[in-house]
Design a protein around this ligand. Structure first.
Ligand SMILES: Cc1cc2nc3c(=O)[nH]c(=O)nc-3n(C[C@H](O)[C@H](O)[C@H](O)COP(=O)(O)OP(=O)(O)OC[C@H]3O[C@@H](n4cnc5c(N)ncnc54)[C@H](O)[C@@H]3O)c2cc1C
Length: 457
C-alpha cells in the first residue's frame, strides 16, 4: 500500500458547483487541500427538483459533517415501486432496497442538498466564486489553470465538473463534440402535495401515510409519481419522444396541456395528477447525452473531467449524482496516495478506476428506459421482475473510497508497467465493451434480445 500523504500542500481549482464540484471541494478540503471554485451562475437559485441519492453516495456523504443526517430528515424513503401499465393495472410491486450497508437510498430535493454541500465546503475553507464563468483552461509546466474574466488563476490541478455542456471536455479529449439529443424529453414537476387534496381521484395519494413511488409504462413513454411526506411535496414526470431542437435547460417552462397530450387515454389517476400541477411548477426538460469517453485527463495530466462532464447519465439510471460523488471521493484518494509530485499519474489512476463502471451506469439509464418503453409483454407475463428498477449490489453496495484505496497500487502498476488490471466495481464477470449513443439509438423503437442488456439483474 502506498504511503498516505495529506493534501495540505496541494492547490485545486474546481469548475462548477453542481454535485460533482461541491463533493470534490469537500473531499479535497477535508484532506487539507486549498480549493477554489468558479461557477458561472450568479448564485444557487437554479435548483432543479427531485434527485435520487442512492446508498453508494449517501455512504460517502455520511463523512461530511451533518450533511447526510440533515438531508435524510427531508427525504423520501419509498419502500415499494408500483409498476403499472398505461391503464393503471398493477404489473409489479417491486420491494425496494431502502439501504445498503446501513446507508439509505433517498429521494430528496436537489437544491436543498446542494445548499448543505455548499455550506459544508465553505466551512472547510473552500472559496466559491459565483458569476465566474471559466472561458479557458490551460496547463504550463507543473501547473494548470483557468481564465475567468480575463484573469489567470493557477493551481496544481483543475477539476472540471462543468456539467453536460462542459467546454473543458473538448480541451481534455481534443475532440470537438457537442451534447447529443437523446430523442426524448421529460415534463418535470415539483409541487405541494396539497394540490392533490381536493380531487377525490387523487386524494388517496395525498392521504397516504407512505412515501409513494409509482410508474406507468407505455410504448415510448413512461410517467413517474413520487411523494415526499417530510417536505409535503409531489413530483410527476412524463418522459416522451421529442424531436425538437431546443437544448437542455432546467428552467424551460412546460405546458400542462402538452403534458396531458403525451398520456392521452392513460390511467385517469395519472391524468388527474397532471391536471393538479400548478403551471409555474412544470418544466419541459430535453434529455441530452454524450458518448462514454475513455479519456478524462488532459495531455498535460493536470486537468480532469468529473461528473456529467465526463459521463452524463439519463435520469432512468438514477445514479448521475452518485457517480459524480464517487468520482470526487476517488480523486481525493488518488491525490492523497500518490501525492503532489505525481498529479498526472494520480489522475490517470482515477480515470482507470472509474471509466468502466460509469460507462456501464450510463448504459443502465438507456437499458431501463428501453425495458419500459419497448416492453416485451411475453417476458413480463412469465416474469414481471423483468420490469424492475435495477438496484444491484455492485452499484449500490460499493464504497468508492475503499475501492480506490484497495486498488490504487494495482492501477499504478497497470499504468506504469503494463500489469493487468481488472475492474471490480462492475457486475461479477463483466467484460467491458465500448458503446456509443448511435448504437443505442439504432435499437430505439425495437425490442432487443435479453443478452443485449448488460445491467439487468
Ligand atoms: C440547474 C440544474 C438543475 C438540475 N436539477 C436536477 C434535478 O432536479 N434532478 C436530477 O436528477 N438532476 C438534476 N440536475 C443534474 C444533476 O445535478 C447532475 O446530473 C449530477 O448531479 C451531476 O452533477 P455535475 O456537478 O456533474 O453537473 P451539474 O449539476 O450540471 O453542474 C455543473 C455546473 O457547472 C457550471 N458550469 C458550467 N460551465 C461552466 C463554466 N464555463 N464556468 C463556470 N461554471 C460552469 C454550471 O453552471 C453548473 O452549476 C440539474 C443540473 C442543473 C445544472
Amino acid at each position: 500500500m502506498a504511503q498516505t500523504t495529506s493534501l495540505s500542500g496541494i492547490t485545486a481549482i474546481i469548475i462548477g458547483v453542481g454535485y460533482g464540484g461541491l463533493s470534490a471541494s469537500i473531499e479535497l478540503a477535508l484532506k487539507g487541500a486549498d480549493v477554489q471554485v468558479f461557477e458561472s451562475y450568479p448564485d444557487m437559485t437554479k435548483q432543479g427538483d427531485v434527485i435520487q441519492v442512492p446508498a453508494n453516495a449517501t455512504r460517502l456523504m455520511s463523512r461530511w459533517g451533518d450533511v447526510l443526517s440533515q438531508t435524510v430528515k427531508e427525504s423520501a424513503l419509498p419502500t415499494v415501486l408500483a409498476i403499472q401499465n398505461k391503464d393503471g393495472k398493477l404489473l409489479l410491486d417491486q420491494q425496494l432496497h431502502t439501504e445498503f450497508g446501513g446507508f439509505p437510498n433517498i429521494y430528496s430535493h436537489r437544491g436543498r442538498i446542494q445548499k448543505r454541500m455548499y455550506d459544508e465546503a465553505v466551512k472547510h475553507g473552500v472559496r466559491v466564486n459565483f458569476g465566474a464563468a471559466v472561458t479557458e483552461v490551460f496547463e504550463e509546466g507543473d501547473s494548470a489553470g483557468v481564465i475567468v474574466g480575463g484573469v489567470k488563476n493557477t493551481a496544481d490541478v483543475v477539476l472540471a465538473s462543468d456539467g453536460v455542456h462542459s467546454r473543458t471536455r473538448g480541451y481534455v479529449t481534443g475532440a470537438v463534440e457537442r451534447p447529443k439529443k437523446s430523442g426524448f424529453a421529460v415534463y418535470r414537476s415539483w409541487f405541494p402535495l396539497s394540490q392533490l387534496q381536493n380531487d377525490p381521484v387523487t386524494k388517496p395519494i395525498y392521504e397516504s401515510k407512505k412515501d409513494l413511488f409509482q410508474i406507468w409504462i407505455g410504448e415510448n413513454t413512461h410517467a413517474i409519481l413520487t411523494t415526499n411526506r417530510a417536505l409535503q411535496t409531489a413530483t410527476c414526470f412524463v418522459t416522451h419522444k421529442d424531436l425538437s431542437d431546443v437544448v437542455e435547460d432546467w428552467n424551460l417552462p412546460g405546458d400542462v396541456q402538452d403534458m396531458l397530450a403525451c398520456v392521452e387515454g392513460w390511467d385517469p389517476v395519472l391524468r388527474h395528477i397532471i391536471q393538479s400541477i400548478p403551471p409555474e411548477c412544470l418544466i419541459d426538460y430535453k434529455l441530452l447525452w454524450r458518448d462514454p469517453v475513455p479519456k478524462w485527463v488532459s495531455n498535460g495530466g493536470r486537468v480532469c473531467l468529473l461528473g456529467d462532464a465526463a459521463h452524463p447519465h439519463l435520469a432512468t439510471s438514477g445514479t448521475g449524482a452518485a457517480q459524480a460523488i464517487e468520482d470526487a471521493a476517488t480523486i481525493a484518494v488518488v491525490l492523497e496516495k500518490l501525492g503532489k509530485q505525481n498529479v498526472p499519474i494520480a489522475l490517470k489512476s482515477y480515470e482507470k478506476l472509474r471509466y468502466e463502471r460509469t460507462s456501464l451506469t450510463q448504459r443502465m439509464g438507456w437499458e431501463t428506459r428501453h425495458v419500459w418503453h419497448q416492453t416485451d409483454w411475453n417476458a413480463v407475463a412469465s416474469n414481471p421482475d423483468f420490469l424492475k428498477l435495477p438496484q444491484p449490489a455492485w452499484l449500490l453496495g460499493v464504497d468508492a473510497v475503499d475501492y480506490a484505496e484497495e486498488n490504487i497500487e494495482a492501477v499504478k502498476s497497470h499504468l506504469l508497467d503494463g500489469a493487468p488490471f481488472q475492474s471490480k466495481n462492475v457486475p461479477p464477470g463483466h467484460v467491458h465493451e465500448d458503446w456509443n449513443i448511435e448504437m443505442m439509438l439504432s435499437h430505439e423503437g425495437k425490442k432487443v434480445d435479453e443478452d443485449f442488456y448488460k445491467t439487468r439483474e
